[in-house]
Design a protein around this ligand. Structure first.
Ligand SMILES: Cc1cc2nc3c(=O)[nH]c(=O)nc-3n(C[C@H](O)[C@H](O)[C@H](O)COP(=O)(O)OP(=O)(O)OC[C@H]3O[C@@H](n4cnc5c(N)ncnc54)[C@H](O)[C@@H]3O)c2cc1C
Ligand code: SF4
Length: 327
């Protein structure tokens, strides 16, 4: 066993100071991802800063927004009355993730920050630029069935594994952060990074910065929403492709749409051009097919994930049909 120190501060500032000052310190919340990575030797923090005593679990209305504390459990968010009423797309995405047991441990902050599920990242015997910068990417020529078709680089082709993140980017959420230099707000679309030349850096969070909450502003996407996830098994499986679809409909015409895709890129992949196309169009399969064609522009697959080029548009069309049909 590799030794590490463990502290459990009661105040956010103490947690932030500890992680900011110590290069080897990390926050731990539910532990469902970090402990796995530590057991396999992929991550080796020398100090764990347990944040579970911090007062960050509330789900409440705040200045017209819905504010979800970073320590709110995935299951608590998915079952919360305010979330079910105002942001059912988020509840659907959360319920599509992991298993009931994991959702009872996993927190919102930890879910946002979870690391990629590329099998080479977990396998210390193989090169991986994300685990060891400069060592190479085994997935490029390897078994890349789960990997990206958008936004990849020759340094990394892994995908962001979170379901929740796909709904949050579609809903234009904002991540609230406290750090050594104070508080700041990061639009969800800017929180995660594409791999580029620095695939070891997943997000734009700085060392010592603590996610304190996520805000979702008031929006018209309560009724016509659907999160559709295609995976190898019904539970305990990450998305091959998933789609978060939200429509504002009036008399069969789309006033506006919000769309994002999962399982396809290193970050939650927002489909802005397809959204713009759908505005003002009738909510028909023909419109959805055209939107899907637009959404897939620029996609580039690898040897084992060619199927995502067909699966992607089909999941998008079905998610939109389901959303439009929802009562
Ligand atoms: C078998 C299995 C199947 C799974 N299937 C799915 C799935 O289908 N879909 C899906 O979306 N997820 C899935 N997951 C992942 C699961 O959702 C994540 O492990 C979980 O959300 C992580 O949350 P946590 O609180 O346990 O994070 P932790 O493991 O505690 O932390 C994860 C990371 O987040 C950082 N962190 C935690 N909180 C904060 C904070 N407030 N501020 C800054 N940094 C923070 C930690 O330092 C660490 O780097 C699965 C996991 C397992 C083990
Ligand atoms: S895809 Fe990314 S995580 Fe997977 S082996 Fe390549 S560099 Fe590592």
């Amino acid at each position: 066993m590799i030794p590490f120190q463990y502290v459990k501060p009661g105040k956010p500032q103490a947690a932030i100071d500890t992680v900011a000052k110590d290069q080897t310190a990390m926050f731990i919340a539910g532990g469902t991802n970090l402990l796995d990575l530590m057991k396999r030797g992929v991550m080796n923090p020398e100090k764990l800063v347990d944040i579970n005593k911090l007062p960050l679990r509330k789900i409440e209305k705040e200045n017209g927004n819905t504010r979800i504390g970073a320590l709110a459990l995935n299951s608590a968010v998915a079952e919360d009355k305010l979330i079910l009423e105002k942001h059912p797309l988020l509840a659907q995405a959360l319920n599509a993730g992991a298993s009931a047991q994991l959702r009872n441990m996993a927190t919102v902050g930890g879910n946002i920050m979870q690391r990629v599920r590329c099998s080479y990242f977990y396998d210390l015997a193989t090169p991986c630029n994300k685990r060891e910068p400069g060592s190479g990417c085994s997935a490029l020529q390897g078994y890349n069935r789960m990997h990206a078709i958008f936004g990849h680089s020759d340094k990394c082709i892994a995908v962001n594994p979170s379901d929740m993140n796909i709904a949050l980017v579609a809903l234009d959420a904002t991540v609230l952060v406290s750090g050594p230099k104070g508080d700041r707000k990061i639009p969800f679309a800017e929180f995660h990074r594409l791999p580029g030349d620095t695939p070891h850096i997943d997000t734009n969070l700085q060392k010592g910065e603590l996610i304190t909450a996520v805000d979702i502003s008031e929006n018209p996407y309560q009724k016509y929403v659907h999160y559709l996830k295609v995976r190898d098994r019904n539970s305990y499986a990450f998305a091959l492709v998933s789609v978060a679809a939200a429509l504002d409909l009036a008399g069969g015409t789309i006033k506006s749409a919000r769309l994002a895709m999962g399982g396809v890129a290193h970050k939650p992949w927002r489909l802005t051009e397809a959204e713009q196309f759908l505005a003002g169009k009738p909510a028909t399969e023909a419109s959805f097919r055209q939107a899907a064609e637009i959404a897939m522009r620029g996609a580039k697959a690898f040897e084992h994930n060619q199927f995502k080029l067909k699966l992607g548009p089909n999941v998008l069309v079905q998610a939109l049909k389901n959303a439009a049909g929802a009562v």
